[in-house]
Each structure stands twice: as structure tokens, then as C-alpha cells.
Write a protein that binds this ligand. Structure first.
Ligand code: NAD
Length: 239
């Protein structure tokens, strides 16, 4: 791979929710897309609707993500969006080992596998390229409940922040979108995934590192202040 294609994008978790909305929004912005997901049937529907190329991929599998990058490594925009909520949503000790493993394998592994597969190709191309990661508000503050999900998203935020530091001075940039509740396969409540996708891509264009619901900013800072002051954190409440 010697160059990147400025109108080619990849989206993981593209079969529904935010990922499908990214596929729609990217098409509207003139991109051709490679769309990846484990749900082959739903992925085929989104690909047919948006003109994208479906590549059935389990993002938890490094070899599968490497194969995706081998086909789509010329993409200049890589959206690492796939994620799972997990089945056990209780306190840490109430979550079974299989759930801890699967949630971390998909949510953290999916991002790490994506970075490992795509970043060396993008750096070798030495052209402007961007990686957009779907993290979560749950990666910036701690909510009661949620099982392994919040801890996995904290790891995602740390990976993205570290990657941003490591990529400084290169033509490759990375950012993240940290939504609160989004109405999708993962939640019946929340904002429309289309608005999250549009806002995330606008932020990529604007060079914004993190898209974050402003009504949660004081609560996120307040919880960090509690911990930094040596106190037990209290559940965050939007302002
Ligand atoms: N829905 C919310 O409230 C919310 C809030 C903040 C962040 N997020 C994050 O947004 C991202 C997208 O989720 P969504 O809300 O659109 O939910 P969703 O369930 O509608 O979409 C997730 C997609 O990821 C796919 N997927 C799951 N495991 C996969 C794997 N191993 N490999 C490839 N694809 C896989 C699913 O098949 C599905 O199409 C996730 O990372 C999620 O954590 C969601």
C-alpha cells in the first residue's frame, strides 16, 4: 500500500445503530465504504441500501481485522465503532468471566485490532488519514451498574488518548465520539443514531478530538475531582 484514497472509508459495527448511520452519512458526503460487522444479514441490507461493500468481520479476531485492512487499507477514514453491551449489567463481581472476556474482546480488542491493522498502513502511505473511534460517555465517568461495559469503554478512551499522543506529528489523526444514550440495538432510549453519526463526522472535519454531550461535562469533571480528593465517587448527574 503506497497511498490512501481520500474518498474511501471503513466502518465496523455497520449493520445497525450508529454504524449504519455512519454508512448512510458517509455516502451522503461522497465516500465509498467498506462495511464490517458480524451480523451478515443485517450488514448485507445496510450495504445494499448505502452502496457499500460488506465484509463480514468479527472485530475481536485480529486475523479477521487484518484481512479487512488488507482489502480496505487504502481508506483514509477508519471508523472503529463496533461494540457490545454485555449480558450481565450488575456490579463487577456479579459479571461472569465469559461476559468480562467477550465485552473486552469486542469493545477494547475491536479498537486495538483496528489500530494494529490500519495504522501501520496509514503511516506507510504518509498521507492525511483519520481514525474515528466510538467510545462512550461511560468511558469518561463511572455509572452504577453496566457490568463490564463501562470499564471496557474506559480502556477504549485510554487507548484513543494514548494513540493520539503517539500519532502527533504524523499525517494520521484519531478522535472519538463519546455519546450518552443512543436509540439503537443497544438501547431503546436516547438520541437518534443519525444525529450522533453526523455530529461525529462534522467533528472529524473540524479537528475536534472528542465529541461529548456538554450537559455531562460538569458531572464528569466533578467525579474526577471527588476521586482526586480521595473521596468515594458518587453517580454522575447531567447538569
Ligand atoms: N447505544 C448507546 O446508548 C451507546 C452509547 C454510547 C456509545 N455506544 C457505542 O456505539 C457503538 C455502536 O453501538 P450502537 O449503539 O449502534 O449499538 P448496535 O447494537 O445497534 O450496533 C452495534 C453493532 O456492532 C456489531 N457488532 C457487535 N459485535 C461485533 C463484533 N465482534 N464484530 C463486528 N461487529 C460487531 C453489531 O452486530 C451491531 O451491528 C458501540 O461501540 C457502543 O458501545 C452506544
Amino acid at each position: 500500500m503506497t497511498t490512501t484514497d481520500p474518498s474511501l472509508a471503513v466502518v465496523t459495527g455497520a449493520a445497525g445503530g450508529i454504524g449504519a448511520s455512519l454508512a448512510v452519512e458517509l455516502r451522503g458526503r461522497g465516500y465509498r465504504t467498506f462495511l464490517a460487522d458480524v451480523d451478515a444479514e443485517a450488514l448485507a441490507r445496510v450495504a445494499a441500501r448505502t452502496g457499500g461493500t460488506a465484509v463480514v468481520t468479527d472485530v475481536a479476531d485480529p486475523d479477521a481485522v487484518e484481512a479487512l485492512a488488507a482489502r480496505a487499507g487504502a481508506a483514509s477514514l477508519v471508523c472503529l465503532n463496533a461494540g457490545v453491551l454485555g449480558a450481565d449489567l450488575g456490579a463487577p463481581w456479579e459479571v461472569g468471566p465469559e461476559d468480562w472476556k467477550r465485552v473486552f474482546d469486542v469493545n477494547v480488542g475491536g479498537v486495538v485490532n483496528g489500530l494494529r491493522a490500519f495504522v501501520p498502513r496509514l503511516l506507510a502511505a504518509d498521507r492525511p488519514a483519520h481514525i474515528l473511534v466510538t467510545a462512550s460517555l461511560a468511558g469518561l465517568t463511572v455509572f452504577p451498574g453496566g457490568g463490564a461495559y463501562g470499564p471496557s469503554k474506559h480502556a477504549v478512551v485510554a487507548v484513543v488518548a494514548h494513540a493520539a499522543m503517539a500519532l502527533a506529528g504524523t499525517p494520521v489523526t484519531i478522535s472519538m465520539v463519546c455519546p450518552a444514550l443512543v436509540a439503537s440495538g443497544m438501547s431503546t432510549d436516547g438520541v437518534a443514531p443519525a444525529s450522533v453519526a453526523a455530529e461525529a463526522l462534522d467533528a472529524v472535519d473540524a479537528g475536534t478530538f472528542a465529541v461529548f454531550p456538554p450537559e455531562w461535562r460538569a458531572a464528569v469533571i466533578g467525579q474526577v475531582e471527588e476521586i482526586a480528593s480521595g473521596r468515594v465517587p458518587t453517580p454522575p448527574v447531567p447538569g
